[in-house]
Structure formats: C-alpha cells, structure tokens
Design a protein around this ligand. Structure first.
Ligand SMILES: Nc1ncnc2c1ncn2[C@@H]1O[C@H](COP(=O)(O)OP(=O)(O)OP(=O)(O)O)[C@@H](O)[C@H]1O
Ligand SMILES: [Mg+2]
Length: 255
C-alpha cells in the first residue's frame, strides 16, 4: 500500500470576518479512519468545505497538504485530481446533469492516465447500485435531483467506492440512513479503508462507529481540537456529553 498523508496543520479559517477554525491540526495517513465529532456549529463542515476548496472559506493561515502537494494553491477540481473526495452534509443537486456523465467525468479527471472502458464502468456502477439497494434508474437521474435524504447519502458512498480517492471526508454520511443502509454504507467505508484510503468521518453518533472502528477520534469545540484519542473516546463523549468541555478546552493529544 502506498502511504499517503493528508496534513491539516494549525488551520485558521474565516467565513466573512468571522473566524471559525482557530488552529486545527489533523494528520491522516492511508488506511486510517479518523472520526471528527463535536457540537452543532463548531466548524466540522467548515473543515470539509475548506479542504475541498469551497470559495467562501478563507484560509488565513496554516497548512493543507496531500503529501507535498499544497492544496491551498489548487482549484476544487485540482484537489479532486490530487486524490480528494468529500461527501457533503447536504449534497448539492445539479439539474440536468446525468449522474453517470458526472461520474464518468469525475473518474477520468481523477485518473487521467487510465483509459475508461465505458461498458465495464457502467456494469460496475450497476453492481454497486444493487449493493446499495438502489435500482438502475439512478444511473440516468440528474445528480441528486429529487433523491431522498438517504438515497443521496448512498449515492455519495457509491461515488466514494467508484472514484477510488486517496482521501475521503464524509460529512454526516450516517444522518438519515435507515438501519440496513447504515450497515451497507459502513461496509463500503471499511472497503475504502482496505483499498488504502485515509478517511475522516464527521458524525454525531456512536452508532456508525460501532460498525467501523475509528483509529482516532477528535473532538472539535469552538473551532479547536479539544481532545484526540482512540475509538474509546467516542464512547466517553456519548457518556459525558460536550458539556464536559465547557469553560475551556482539554488540550490532550493521543498518538
Ligand atoms: N457559508 C457560511 N456563511 C456564514 N456562516 C457560516 C458559513 N459556513 C459556516 N458558517 C458558520 O460557521 C459555524 C460553523 O458551521 P459548520 O457548518 O462548520 O458547523 P458544524 O460543526 O458542521 O455543525 P453541525 O453539527 O450542525 O453540522 C456556524 O456558526 C455557521 O453558521
Ligand atoms: Mg456540519
């Protein structure tokens, strides 16, 4: 397995004149799963948007690298090409853009040296649709157009498997999933890890972490990592709530 590293180092990010991330450091290596947890409005989605390069999120200082490639210098599509895939908390829908066309373009831009065999690609997509409990009609639908909440999340998980990125950020992929879908999506994440991807799962719930054991858990409070630990930390959070962190961050780090 090629060891790749996603380095988020002392990242300060603002939206407008409001500083939202106040020095976030997370290092993700190939094959690792990191869970990012924290209360509402604390900056988790901001981190996902910043890493992918959404325009409204201004990096004031800090580093953002995949290996030695500086993501801050790159456009959204170039970051994807560098090996990044982000599934947003609220996936955008694009009217009139057929899912399969989007996926094919995304794949080719991610793997420019591979010649895509379209027939084989379609077969693979159909197999995965079946795996995620979706029928073949989803191939021709507009990107996320009219999809239910849970269908969107499953389609994101499908993209994650097809596109084979080096690093994956999943922002609340588990929200709105029924029990069966949660199990299938969890398996898909485990498969992506096996394939060597480094993964950040943003979640509010211990439930998904019962299926996929994270190697590291980070608690984001008010734009800062208040505590990092192993999988056990997620259980502790469930027990003690975020109230525990009130009045100051507990600056702990576990390697
Ligand atoms: N585009 C934006 N414009 C204005 N404010 C924003 C924008 N994006 C984020 N914020 C603000 O930044 C803060 C962090 O938001 P963010 O979406 O990152 O939180 P979160 O940790 O993902 O919360 P949740 O658990 O509710 O999804 C919030 O106060 C939010 O209102
Ligand atoms: Mg969020």
């Amino acid at each position: 397995m090629v060891a790749n590293v996603l380095s988020i180092k002392d990242l300060h990010v603002s939206v407008g004149d409001k500083e939202i991330l106040k020095g976030v450091t997370i290092t993700v290596k190939s094959g690792e799963i990191h869970a990012l947890m924290g209360p509402n409005g604390t900056g988790k989605s901001t981190l996902a948007h910043t890493v992918v390069g959404s325009l409204r999120y201004k990096v004031k200082s800090g580093e953002l690298l995949i290996n030695d490639i500086n993501l801050k210098d790159l456009q959204v599509y170039e970051r994807a090409r560098a090996g990044l895939f982000v599934a947003f908390q609220e996936p955008v829908s694009v009217q009139g853009l057929r899912f399969i066309n989007y996926l094919r373009t995304a794949y080719s831009s991610l793997h420019p040296d591979e010649k895509l065999e379209y027939k084989k690609f379609i077969e693979e997509v159909k197999e995965l649709l079946n795996y995620f409990g979706l029928d073949n009609s989803f191939i021709d639908r507009g990107l996320n157009e009219g999809l239910s909440g849970g269908e969107k999340k499953r389609m994101e998980a499908l993209q994650m498997l097809i596109l084979k990125p080096k690093f994956i950020i999943l922002d609340e992929i588990d929200s709105g999933l029924d029990i069966d879908a949660l199990r299938v999506v969890s398996k898909a994440i485990a498969k992506a890890k096996e394939n060597g991807a480094g993964i950040i799962i943003i979640t509010h719930y211990q439930r998904i972490l019962d299926y996929i054991k994270p190697d590291f858990v980070h608690v984001l409070i008010n734009g800062r990592i208040a505590e990092s630990g192993n999988g056990e930390l997620a259980k502790l959070i469930e027990e003690r709530g975020y109230e525990y962190y009130r009045g100051g961050e507990v600056d702990a780090k576990v390697e």
